[in-house]
Design a protein around this ligand. Structure first.
Ligand code: PHE
Length: 344
């Protein structure tokens, strides 16, 4: 039995020698040292030996198996180190490699300008109306009738307004002022709201005009609201929006739904007021219309003009953006030219 043990031992040593990986070593261990391994088979037969032989053969078997265990473990540890090193070197990250380019979307300049204007007006106490009070597809009732714009007013002319085929009185809104009516029909004073949105006009397109653009409507109705309040809000808005003082002028004007009415011009940034194609030679760009809400409009929505008064304004978002960022042509906003959009 001793010889048998020694023979198996030398076979096992040779197998360990040959093993070239952790998994091959595992096989060797299974073959010789597991419960069903060759040494265990021998150990099972120990019981047939004399006590003396049992002791010597048993201790030899133990000695041999523990030697094998040790050498398998040593080799196993060596392979483990090698495999680990290989894995680590394969998975190394080279932080100096150039990164992957991930294209990033940007906010369109008209959106960021709208957000900026809205947040300034919010800081002055106005809140944004719900979208249901500011639809782009309107009836003439909201876009014209209730704003004191009579049926024969030239603003209704097909040349200015886009009519739809939905029904004869359904139009693409030509101004955000219809939101005033929606709000005043649903809400009683004090009212202090703004309403940003897109408007449509059948215009000849040029550097200043497009057939759709964006406005921000404002409405303040309460007791004792005066033209002084209107001027105060608009001046404060312009001061915050343009930062450093920018030449501006109030001009008296006319809108059917405000009385008195005014327009605000800001000096053209492209020519510094000398006159150019952007301002069509005038040196100024109109950025908003405004005025005191006409008593007829208040009466129409059931607000007593003897008790309440109010002001309204409508700002042109494109014009305000052009004047801030020196954009000389309104069409640039709508061309989807990334070279333009990237600059913001
Ligand atoms: N709706 C007018 C326009 O589009 C602007 C305006 C709004 C004027 C509110 C007065 C009051 O030109």
């Amino acid at each position: 039995m001793k010889e048998q043990l020694e023979r198996i031992y030398s076979l096992a040593v040779a197998d360990i020698e040959k093993a070239a990986s952790i998994s091959e070593l595992d096989e060797v261990r299974a073959k010789y040292l597991s419960r069903k391994g060759e040494f265990n088979e021998i150990k099972k037969n120990l019981k047939n030996l004399s006590d003396e032989d049992k002791r010597t053969v048993g201790s030899l078997a133990n000695e041999i198996t523990s030697k094998l265990e040790t050498s398998i473990k040593a080799k196993h540890d060596k392979f483990y180190q090698i495999e680990l090193n290989e894995k680590l070197s394969k998975e190394q990250i080279d932080v100096t490699l150039p990164g992957k380019f991930i294209p990033q979307g940007k906010v369109h300049p008209l959106t960021s300008t709208t957000n900026e204007i809205v947040s300034i007006l919010q800081s002055l106490g106005f809140s944004v109306v719900e979208s249901k009070d500011s639809p782009e597809v309107e009836t003439e009732y909201f876009n014209f009738d209730m704003l004191n714009i009579p049926a024969d007013h030239p603003a209704r002319d097909v040349q200015d307004t886009f009519f739809t085929t939905v029904a004869p009185n359904v139009v693409l809104r030509s101004q955000t002022s219809g939101a005033q009516i929606h709000v005043m029909e649903n809400q009683k004073p004090p009212i202090r709201v703004i309403s940003p949105g897109r408007v449509y006009r059948n215009e000849n397109i040029n550097a200043r005009k497009n057939n759709f653009f964006h406005q921000i409507e404002g409405l303040y109705v309460d007791k004792n609201i005066t033209f002084g309040d209107l001027k105060g809000v608009l001046n404060e808005f312009i001061r915050i929006y343009f930062g450093a003082s920018r030449p501006t002028r109030f001009r008296s004007s006319f809108f059917p739904f405000t009385e008195p009415s005014a327009e605000v011009d800001v000096q053209c940034i492209m020519c510094g007021g000398k006159g150019c194609k952007t301002c069509s030679g005038t040196g100024w760009l109109e950025v908003l219309g405004a005025g005191m809400v006409d008593p007829n409009v208040l009466k129409g929505v059931g607000i007593d003009p003897e008790i309440y008064s109010g002001f309204a304004f409508g700002m042109g978002v494109e014009r305000l953006a052009m004047l801030k960022y020196a954009i000389d042509d309104i069409r640039l906003f709508f061309n989807d030219d990334v070279r333009f959009l990237k600059q913001f």
